[in-house]
Design a protein around this ligand. Structure first.
Ligand code: PLP
Length: 370
């Protein structure tokens, strides 16, 4: 019996692999400080929990429409309209089981298997992008994020890579893992390039939109002419500390029916009672107060951790603009400690001082010259 090539070659999220190593050490009675998985360590706000309890007691246990309950689609449209600066229609919103499934659904909706359709994605980046591009039979084109550009990419590099076969450009701001944030000016520049390619969609992964520290969050969908071709994706996982509730939301007029069909073909719908909890999360002042409190805590921690990392001999860490990651350059430390790679350094840090973190190879191949 054989396993398909696409499955065998599919990537993974290595955070879960390192998490297994951590769990093994914990089972052996070792104490480990773990920074390896990207989720808030806060509890879901009580007001949201109570809405879920009410939903259970009200019998919200059925399937829902695949696109989601109308109350949530409206709450998301209102939220997007409020925060992205352009109007969103509830009819164009699709609810899924987290932000993640929309990566698969979008790539599958805009590329055809084995036709040479290209998808440009940030590197280093959330590993599911390249893995899903390959699994859907499209061609992954990595766009290196550069330390000297505060972990944004070089616009000339985008101009070199985009072409008539490009079907999708994936953007992620604030970014996992670098914490880089795209400014309005940068988004304008990107839009100008993309607009020259009528077949190129944009996937704007905005799951960290509420964790931005120094500047206001900007969405490419707010730039004239971009909303139509952009799939805006956000979720409750990071904003309201709800990663296990599995609710995410995508918006795009033309793609909404197709993304909905993907939901029907996979999960049927996002969990009914969780959808009610997210209606409360998006509409209640109390949950927003909690969300803002968590975000300012992440900012305090950013200041502490970046400062401390820069005190480690050989480490060089830029101040991140958003999300809850730090991305230190450890090249010098590797030289000092005779480590062949940052992965070797990561293993030594885990085994010698019981601190779990991830290394660059967990977020894509090393960019040239690194
Ligand atoms: N996109 C990025 C950039 C992420 O970092 C994550 C989770 O870590 C996701 C999407 C997935 O979000 P969700 O847990 O809502 O599926």
């Amino acid at each position: 019996m054989e396993i398909s090539k696409r499955t065998l070659e599919m990537g993974t999220e290595n955070a879960f692999v390192v998490l297994a190593e951590v769990n093994k050490m914990l089972a052996e009675g070792k104490q480990v400080i773990s920074f390896c998985i990207g989720q808030p360590d806060f509890r879901t706000p009580e007001v949201i929990n109570n809405a879920a309890i009410k939903a259970i007691n009200d019998g919200k246990s059925t399937y829902t429409a695949s696109a989601g309950i109308p109350e949530l689609r409206k709450a998301v449209a209102d939220y997007y309209t409020r925060t992205r600066g352009v109007n969103f229609n509830p009819e164009h919103i699709v609810i899924g089981c987290g932000g993640k499934p929309f990566i698969h659904y979008t790539i599958a909706s805009v590329t055809d298997y084995g036709q040479g359709h290209e998808v440009i994605y940030p590197n280093p980046g959330y590993p599911i992008y390249s893995s899903q591009i390959l699994a859907q039979g499209a061609k992954p084109i990595a766009l290196p994020l550069l330390e000297e550009k505060k972990y944004n990419f070089d616009i000339d590099d985008l101009k070199r890579k985009i072409n008539d076969n490009t079907r999708l450009l994936i953007l992620n701001s604030p970014q996992n893992p670098t914490g880089g944030v795209l400014s309005k000016d940068e988004l304008y520049e990107i839009s100008e390039v993309v607009k020259q390619f009528p077949k190129c969609w944009v996937y704007s992964d905005e799951v960290y939109s509420e964790i931005v520290f120094d500047n206001k969050f900007q969405s490419i969908s707010s730039i004239p002419g971009m909303q139509e071709r952009t799939v805006v994706v956000d979720c409750c996982s990071k904003t309201f500390a709800m990663p296990g509730w599995r609710v995410g939301y995508a918006a795009n007029e033309k793609l909404a029916p197709h993304l909905t069909r993907w939901v029907t073909n996979t999960d049927s719908c996002a969990p009914h009672l969780c959808q009610w909890a997210v209606v409360e999360a998006l509409n209640s002042e109390k949950s927003w107060e909690e969300s803002k409190r968590m975000s300012s805590k992440f900012r305090e921690r950013r200041d502490i951790i970046v400062d401390l990392l820069n005190q480690v001999p050989g480490f060089k860490c830029l101040k991140t603009g958003g999300a809850f990651y730090a991305w230190p350059n450890v090249t010098k430390t590797c030289e000092m400690l005779n480590c062949k790679s940052s992965e070797e350094l990561r293993k030594r840090i885990l085994n010698e001082i019981n601190v779990a973190c991830l290394s660059d190879i967990h977020f894509g191949p090393q960019n040239e010259g690194e």
